[in-house]
Design a protein around this ligand. Structure first.
Ligand SMILES: [Fe+2]
Length: 443
């Protein structure tokens, strides 16, 4: 596994919580872009990563960053560690008994009137747009035992579709939460082993699980790794498809791989499901010494076309671009779509650049980020008054190596190659994190 120095540059921890008002703006922030961009990621409470590979990076303590935009102004930036038991152990021991033992450092979700910071499998925590931690989710009682950090919201029904992968049998739990936050489906799904399932996909009628070649192996902990994960040559990679409201799962074998993030999925017709994802042919595969990981090939955009009648799965690479952290206009989640946006990965150690890919023509636009700098995932925000899929803005946090600071860059969703619509230079750094969400002003 290729390593980087986590304690310098874009990944290094921020040591203090700050509040800044009335930030400078280069260009013009759109008047109808009103809300808060919240980003989430690992930021060790003690200010220092213990090692330099992903198993040192991924599990560290959750820190949120929020940039508020209002009527053409960047009104505020603040950052906060999520208040958890881990936070209290370092900063406020007296608060420890009241705080939860979870680490929601992966993603942010707005659903059923509640903003949630999401963990990799652990319970989510409710937060505010000011990044205060409220505690356990109050409007989602069915999710208290934990959930994925990548649930999907059906843009038409408002349902929240989720799962919880477990180390113990039956290894998977599937849930659907209605638009008001109440559980409508909550069922166990039996799998042959504990797979690392980071993401899922939905169509208008079905949900899709990923039972792939990276799985849990607790012996990895005694081999010096903080996460019990490794590639399994002998595991049959499968896609599982279940009707939205529950029923039997049908499993479809595919070529060995790992998918960290899906792009989208949809029903092409009654008997055909399409799934697009960022696919790796190997990931977390151990070298012969059984201790270190091999360097993983870069992820590429991949399509699976599943014929439900015959059981056949067509697999094909869609584009010759190496990407991660894909996002779409979430109004198209689970539906046919034309555009995806993603961070570009020129090498194993860089997330640098943004691509916009048009699925019908295969055309690619690039927002280029200079060597030495790096960027977050691009978050697409649809223009509130428009139903055109790419009519909106792309919000990207770009780390500037020369100044050790970050900029919020606002790009035109239709043309990311043009000069940014606006840039908000911050006096500090938003570390390279995982995922974020745009919270419109009325949430
Ligand atoms: Fe993720």
């Amino acid at each position: 596994m290729t390593t980087i120095n986590l304690n310098s540059g874009a990944t290094a921890a921020v040591l203090h919580e700050v509040d800044l008002a009335d930030l400078p703006v280069i260009g013009a922030i759109p008047q109808d872009l009103n809300g808060v961009l919240v980003r989430n990621g690992p930021n060790p409470l003690r200010g220092h990563f213990k090692g330099n590979d992903v198993s040192d990076w991924w599990p560290e303590d959750a820190m949120l960053h929020g940039i508020s935009l209002k009527q053409g102004r960047a009104t505020n930036y603040r950052n906060r560690w999520v208040r958890t038991k881990r936070w209290a152990d370092v900063y406020d021991f007296d608060a420890s008994p009241t705080l939860l033992n979870t680490n929601p450092n992966v993603n942010v979700l707005y659903h059923a009137g509640e903003i949630l910071a999401l963990a990799e499998g652990g319970p989510p925590l409710a937060i505010t747009t000011e990044l205060e931690t409220l505690g356990a989710a109050r409007c989602h009682p069915g999710l208290a035992n934990g959930m994925t950090a990548h649930p999907k919201v059906d843009p038409q029904t408002g349902e929240l579709i989720s799962f919880r992968a477990d180390w113990k049998k039956p290894f998977l739990r599937y849930t659907v939460t209605d638009k008001k936050g109440m559980p409508s489906v909550d069922i166990d799904i039996e799998m042959s082993s504990a797979s690392m399932m980071h993401d899922m996909a939905i169509t208008a009628t079905r949900s899709i699980f990923l039972d792939l070649n990276v799985g849990y192996d607790l012996s990895m902990l005694s081999r010096g790794h903080r996460m019990p994960l490794r590639w399994r040559d002998d595991h049959k990679a499968k896609l599982g498809i279940i009707p939205r409201n529950g029923g039997d799962v049908r499993w479809f074998e595919i070529t060995p791989c790992f998918i960290q993030h899906v792009v989208n999925a949809y029903d092409a017709d009654e008997a055909t499901v399409v799934l697009d994802a960022v696919r790796y042919p190997r990931y977390f595969r151990l070298e012969e010494d059984g201790l270190r990981f091999e360097a993983a090939p870069l992820g590429v955009l991949w399509r699976y076309v599943i014929d439900l009648d015959s059981g056949a799965v067509l697999e094909k690479q869609l584009a010759d671009i190496c990407i991660e952290l894909p996002r779409i206009n979430e109004g198209r989640t689970g539906r046919p779509y034309r555009f995806l946006y993603a961070a570009e990965q020129p090498t194993n150690t860089e997330i640098r650049g943004v691509v916009r890919y048009e699925l019908e023509s295969g055309s690619i636009q690039r927002y280029r980020v200079p060597e030495g700098d790096s960027n977050s995932e691009p978050v697409f925000v649809a223009r509130p008054t428009s139903s055109v899929e790419d009519d909106g803005w792309l919000l990207v946090c770009v780390y500037r190596h020369a100044t050790d600071t970050s900029d919020l860059v606002i790009l035109d969703g239709k043309n990311i190659e043009s000069t940014p619509i606006a840039t908000v230079p911050l006096p500090g750094r938003i570390p390279a994190g995982f995922h974020g969400a745009w919270l419109p002003k009325d949430c």
